[in-house]
Design a protein around this ligand. Structure first.
Ligand SMILES: *[C@@H]1O[C@H](CO)[C@@H](O)[C@H](O)[C@H]1NC(C)=O
Ligand SMILES: *[C@@H]1O[C@H](CO)[C@@H](O)[C@H](O)[C@H]1NC(C)=O
Length: 231
C-alpha cells in the first residue's frame, strides 16, 4: 500500500517523499512570492539545500503545517494558506515555492488538506461505510468543491480498477441533500446528466472516470469504501 501511494503521487505532487511519517507535499504556484507573516512563522529561517529537506524539517517541527522555500531559505509556518489574498501572508521578493505539508498515517494518501484511505479489500453499504470510516476517526469521502473533485479524479482511477463507484458522504433527507458528516446542506454538486434520479435513492456515488460525476443510488448497495480525514 505504501509503495503504491508513492507511485500514485508522482504525477500529482512535486517532491514526493515517502518517509515513515508519510509526509507529502503539494506545490501551490498561486502562492508564489509570498511567505507567512511573523506571527505565523515558527522559529528562524532554516537553510536547507532542497525543498524536500525543507519539508522534512517542517515534518519534525511541532505545529508546522506548511513551508515557503526560496533558494535555500526554508520558512516554517503554522497554517496552510489557500489564497494570495490571505491576510496572514506577506509578500516576499524573488521566487518562492509554497508547499502544504500534510501528515497522514501510514497507508493513507495525502492530498490537499485531507488524508484518504481506500479499503481495497471490501465493498460495503453506505451505513457500514459510515461506521467503518468513523471507527478510523474519519468520514466518508466528501467532495465539496471542484478542486477536490479534481483530486478525486486523480486519485480514484488508481484505486478502483474495475468498478470505480465509491460512496460520497451525502444523503437525501426530506428531499434535501445534506452532508452525512455534519448534516449541513450540500452546496457543491457534480451530478451526471440525468442524475439524481430520485427513485428512493437516498445516497450518492461517483459514477466513474467521466469527470467523476455523481449518481444517486440506494444506500443498501455495495460500493467502494473511501474514507477521508480533514487535517
Ligand atoms: C477493510 O475492511 C475489512 C472489512 O471491514 C477489514 O477487515 C479490514 O481490516 C479493512 N482494512 C483496513 C486497511 O482497514
Ligand atoms: C421537510 O421539509 C419541509 C419543507 O421544507 C418542512 O416543512 C418539514 O418540516 C420538513 N420535515 C422534516 C421532518 O424535517
Amino acid at each position: 500500500m505504501e509503495i503504491k501511494v508513492c507511485v500514485i503521487f508522482v504525477s500529482l505532487v512535486i517532491g514526493v517523499n515517502c518517509n515513515q511519517r508519510n509526509v507529502q507535499f503539494a506545490e501551490d504556484t498561486a502562492l508564489s512570492g509570498f511567505k507567512c507573516s511573523a506571527t505565523e512563522q515558527i522559529g528562524d529561517v532554516v537553510l536547507t539545500q532542497t525543498t524536500q529537506m525543507c519539508t522534512s524539517v517542517c515534518a519534525s517541527t511541532d505545529g508546522c503545517k506548511s513551508v515557503f522555500y526560496k533558494h535555500s531559505e526554508c520558512v516554517r509556518c503554522r497554517s496552510r494558506y489557500r489564497k494570495a489574498g490571505d491576510a496572514r501572508l506577506m509578500p516576499m521578493a524573488g521566487s518562492v515555492s509554497y508547499r502544504t505539508v500534510v501528515r497522514c498515517n501510514p497507508g493513507w494518501l495525502s492530498l490537499l488538506d485531507s488524508c484518504y484511505l481506500w479499503n481495497s479489500s471490501t465493498i460495503m453499504t453506505f451505513y457500514k461505510t459510515k461506521d467503518y470510516c468513523s471507527s478510523l476517526g474519519a468520514h466518508v469521502l466528501y467532495i465539496d468543491s471542484a478542486e477536490e473533485k479534481d483530486v478525486a479524479s486523480n486519485f480514484l482511477p488508481e484505486i478502483a480498477v474495475s468498478d470505480r463507484k465509491a460512496w460520497i458522504g451525502i444523503q437525501l433527507k426530506n428531499k434535501t441533500w445534506i452532508s452525512s458528516i455534519n448534516g449541513k446542506l450540500v452546496a457543491y454538486f457534480n451530478w451526471a446528466s440525468g442524475e439524481p434520479e430520485n427513485f428512493g435513492e437516498d445516497c450518492a456515488i461517483t459514477l466513474g472516470p467521466d469527470l467523476w460525476r455523481w449518481g444517486d443510488t440506494m444506500c443498501t448497495g455495495l460500493r467502494h469504501v473511501v474514507c477521508e480525514k480533514d487535517m
